[in-house]
Design a protein around this ligand. Structure first.
Ligand code: NDP
Length: 315
């Protein structure tokens, strides 16, 4: 297996990863960044970003991540394709295996592997994957022009997906398991004021149906209550927007995680239990999960990595 020694390895290419790259490159740590499964991270799958400071007119998720990347490249970050397949963090230098065929030995590791979309866990999701079931409206919404679709979830992601789809589809159902949305007020107002969107509160999806492709969903309103009501809706697309799971699995043998898999860090820092190993962005953030907070934690990780290297080099 090919082996390479570096001072600073960054894994993941969302706002946290690229910000860590910009700062570590400017500090002359010569960072190598592996982009992971989804170059540019989750933001490349969202439509318009309206709340990242510095963009008063908004910017698309794809464009902002291209800008992040260009800025990291400008200062010399070595950006590569590749996914972490295993690691050995038992001693320094830490060993991280990329795509099963390259070992990177690194003095510092900044983990910014983000999070991936959650599924409901009903068998039909897999049956209709790519045949009507999707976790990305901006990727797949185009196929549903003037058709009927449903989005599951009550958070900002679900509202954003529903609004995006309302611009394309003929009808959008928003399936919400509680009697309220948890999204920010501005998103709630937009959804509730959109005449193409019908919000189905207190409703759970129990199955999907269709001959070869998706044709509809089996729903239950007030599940388990005396007024429980089963009904079906006819839809061509079913979009999941029920949150995300942190991509921490490959590191869990060495790093403690919470009940949901978020890597634990020392409060107010990106330091993990292992000196020289830092976690930033959604993989370590059960609370805020914003592009701006991810970018900020990438910056913190870079500064902490630089300080750590200064200390070990002095000794
Ligand atoms: P959230 O965790 O905020 O919301 C998940 C939603 O999915 C909740 O309504 C939850 O219901 C529902 N849900 C979870 N599991 C199930 C299930 N098994 N069946 C049915 N419904 C389920 O996730 P988001 O991805 O929406 O947001 C994550 C973070 O990213 C938040 O901090 C959000 O503010 C932020 N964000 C911000 C955006 C913006 O500012 N424009 C855009 C997108 C995200 P329940 O409420 O009942 O728990």
């Amino acid at each position: 297996m090919e082996t390479e020694k570096v001072k600073c390895l960054i894994v993941g290419s969302g706002p946290a990863g690229y910000t860590a790259a910009i700062y570590t490159a400017r500090a002359n740590l010569k960072p190598v960044l592996y982009q992971g499964m989804q170059p540019g991270g989750l933001l490349t799958m969202t439509s318009e970003i309206e709340n990242f400071p510095g963009y008063p007119a908004g910017i698309t998720g794809f464009d902002i991540m291209e800008d992040f990347k260009k800025q990291a490249e400008r200062f010399g970050t070595d950006i590569r394709m590749g996914v972490v397949t295993s690691c050995d963090l038992s001693e320094r230098p830490y060993k991280v295996v990329i795509d099963g065929n390259t070992t990177i030995e690194t003095e510092t590791l900044i983990i910014c592997t983000g999070a991936s979309a959650k599924m409901l866990g009903i068998p039909d999701e897999m049956k209709y994957a790519g045949k009507g079931v999707s976790a990305c409206a901006t990727c797949d919404g185009f196929f549903y022009r003037k058709r009927s679709v449903a989005v599951v979830g009550g958070g900002d992601s679900a509202c954003e997906e529903a609004l995006y789809l309302a611009g394309l589809a003929g009808k959008v159902y928003l399936i919400v398991r509680k009697d309220r949305l948890r999204a920010s007020q501005i998103m709630q107002d937009r959804v509730l004021g959109n005449e193409k969107i019908e919000v189905l509160f207190n409703t759970n999806t129990v199955g999907l149906f269709g001959e070869n492709v998706l044709e509809g969903a089996h729903l239950v309103r007030n599940m388990g209550q005396p007024n429980e009501e089963k009904f079906d809706i006819a839809i061509d697309g079913f979009f999941l927007a029920i949150g995300h799971n942190p991509n921490s699995k490959v590191f869990q043998h060495y790093l403690p995680v919470d009940d949901y898999g978020f890597i634990k860090t020392l409060w107010g820092t990106t330091k993990t239990d292992i000196p020289g190993v830092f976690a930033a962005g959604d993989v370590a953030d059960p609370n805020y999960r914003q592009a701006i907070t991810a970018a900020a934690s990438g910056c913190i990780a870079a500064i902490e990595a630089e300080r750590y290297l200064n200390i070990i080099e002095v000794k």
